[in-house]
Design a protein around this ligand. Structure first.
Ligand SMILES: Cc1cc2nc3c(=O)[nH]c(=O)nc-3n(C[C@H](O)[C@H](O)[C@H](O)COP(=O)(O)OP(=O)(O)OC[C@H]3O[C@@H](n4cnc5c(N)ncnc54)[C@H](O)[C@@H]3O)c2cc1C
Length: 547
């Protein structure tokens, strides 16, 4: 197969020569380096079946601009990452680059000249290459730790794949109706049926395993190692992960309990664009896997596939009960259980859950809608991001919004990107009134509230992102909550039992703190959840230091 291409265009001969020299020195073994002073000349060097991995272009080119050229290039080679070269001190160029990045014409900007290529050029090109590889990696190119074999549209097949995906476990899915799936079952000596089978790397065969059983088979910790901790953190989203990281790094014996997958809602997000320090954005999975590595290095203990189902205060300590019956004591507790998606009230929708209807995460299922029509319900940022994530896969993505305008709840940069995506359409004043299909979603009925008319359209998938409710039901009366179930903290607490004033983020139970989306009044963002997780640990220190 022909080598993929690293392509460069700039009308400054010195920059062009440096680009050719530096790219060749580092990347020529794996990539064909093609550079030229004009877009026409560089494109003339390519064949129709060439793959452009990274396209690099100067801001101002003869007869066109870098962003326009990079857009054209992207239309021809959709998986190409795009880097714009901006001259130091060129304010107009810098502004145009920022605009091009926010409009999705360019992935990133790099200053030219770049001097030592190790400092700026190589990291930028390497990062672009690895992002492209992650986005386009072919199934089977990494050794699969687990293979799920089951009916394509069974809800349990989806749950198992989702669990593996969200926990960053490399796996493959094999439809039992296809020869490859049947062949694997035959090799494993298992008869085909309705229940999914998991084949593990070491040869172990699990028939529709409960999540805890699968986790244990993969070597994941599902029980606390000790009975007593300084801090027990409930929930492994951004708030809980941050609390665990800071608590452990500051010498506290720390346990984190997570019921599904680390990362919480953030882990389901295909690209977080507004988290400080990641100008090109970062996927929820990548952010999460970095966080887990960091937490383990700091020495916190993490227990998975367990929900905390009870909180009691028998004495000085707080007693947590887990689903498997294990109990642990924490001198303090940080509750970071986040929120979950609101359900659509449409007849028949529950039966199609996981069989074409999905709440939240579009990440796992996106390849499954290849060439088919997908619908996204919701008018906030998460819905906009899901639509954008689906658009390279689906033939058409329709965003169904109940409100009269996207601007009410969606960031401007996302609205711009939606407008630019050729295969995304937005229907305002629209609700879902029906879902249809035998065994899997086949069509949705949508109602236009201004005309009162309903139309039915073929649909392979419906992703619902219409808001969320807090995970606080397990607390029963242990902690005061607002009318929607969010945890009250600070001065919002009505019945505070002690004479001392409350600490920040402290709930109605002394020594129990809340952080992130589950807290009343929280800002529903990754950065604020991270901030609250960090500040909760400061309050834990103050609590523990008190006489
Ligand atoms: C699709 C999507 C896209 C988003 N995009 C962005 C974005 O681009 N930028 C941004 O800033 N924000 C974004 N957000 C919002 C952001 O992800 C959340 O604000 C953030 O994840 C909240 O973190 P958290 O830790 O408070 O809660 P969560 O992320 O909800 O995590 C809570 C965790 O607690 C676990 N849990 C719940 N109950 C229990 C229990 N009883 N026992 C044990 N574990 C439990 C859950 O399984 C979950 O893992 C997005 C959200 C979604 C859904």
């Amino acid at each position: 197969m022909a080598q993929p291409v690293l392509l460069g265009v700039d009308d400054d001969p010195d920059i062009l020569a440096a680009l050719q020299r530096d790219l060749t020195r580092r990347f020529a073994v794996d990539y064909r380096i093609v550079t030229a002073s004009t877009p026409e000349a560089v494109l003339a060097e390519l064949d129709v079946d060439d793959q452009v991995a990274v396209a690099i272009a100067g801001q101002w080119l003869t007869d066109t601009t870098g962003p326009d050229f990079l857009s054209t290039c992207h239309q021809r080679y959709p998986s190409a990452r795009r880097i714009l070269l901006v001259t130091y001190g060129d304010y107009t160029g810098g502004t145009a680059a920022v605009r091009a990045i926010s409009l999705g014409q360019v992935d990133e900007a790099l200053n030219k000249p770049w001097g030592d290529p190790e400092l700026e050029l190589y990291p930028a090109v390497s990062d672009a290459l690895s992002r492209r590889r992650r986005a386009t990696v072919a199934a089977g190119s990494q050794p699969e730790v687990a293979r799920v074999i089951g009916p394509q549209w069974s809800a349990r097949s989806h749950q198992l794949r989702d669990l593996l995906t969200r926990n960053n476990i490399v796996h493959g899915f094999y439809d039992v109706a296809k020869p490859e799936g049947r062949q694997l079952l035959h090799q494993a000596g298992v008869a085909a049926g309705d229940r999914p089978i998991v084949l593990l790397f070491g040869g172990q065969v699990l028939v529709d395993p409960p999540n805890e059983r699968l986790a244990e088979a993969l070597g994941v910790q599902t029980k606390p190692a000790r009975s007593h901790y300084d801090v027990a953190v409930v929930g492994g989203g951004p708030a809980g992960l941050t609390a665990a990281m800071y608590a452990a790094s500051e010498g506290l014996a720390t346990l984190l309990v997570e019921r599904e997958a680390v990362g919480g809602q953030a882990g389901t997000t295909s690209l977080i664009r507004n988290y400080l320090g990641f100008p090109r954005g970062i996927s929820g999975r990548e952010l999460t896997s970095r966080a887990v590595e960091q937490i383990l290095v700091m020495g916190a203990e993490m227990v998975f596939t367990q929900s905390v189902v009870g909180l009691e205060t028998p004495g000085e300590d707080r007693l947590l009960t887990l689903t498997n019956g294990n109990q642990v004591l924490g001198r303090t507790v940080v509750i970071a259980t986040g929120v979950s998606y609101r359900r659509l009230d449409v007849p028949g929708i529950e039966e199609l859950l996981g069989a074409g209807v999905f709440y939240g995460a579009a990440v796992t299922e996106a390849p499954a809608v290849e060439g088919q029509r997908a619908f996204v319900v919701g008018g906030a940022n998460s819905a906009g991001q899901a639509a954008l994530h689906l658009s390279p896969f689906a033939s058409q993505v329709t965003l169904l919004v109940r409100g009269t305008s996207l601007a009410e709840r969606m960031s401007a940069y996302l609205i711009n990107e939606l407008e630019r995506a050729a295969n995304i359409s937005v229907c305002l004043n629209t609700t879902v009134s029906g879902v249809y299909g035998h065994g899997r979603l086949e069509a949705v009925a949508v109602r236009d509230s201004t005309t009162g008319q309903t139309r039915t359209e073929p649909a392979a998938a419906l992703f619902v992102l219409i808001g969320a409710d807090p995970h606080s039901g397990w607390l029963a009366d242990a902690i005061e909550r607002d009318s929607k179930g969010f945890l009250l903290t600070d001065l919002d607490v009505v019945n505070w039992p002690l004479d001392r004033p409350q600490l920040s983020q402290e709930t109605s139970t002394p020594g129990v703190f809340a952080a992130g989306d589950v807290r009343h009044g929280s800002v529903k963002r990754v950065a604020s959840a991270v901030g609250e997780g960090a500040s909760a640990v400061q309050q834990v220190h103050r609590y523990l230091a008190a006489p």
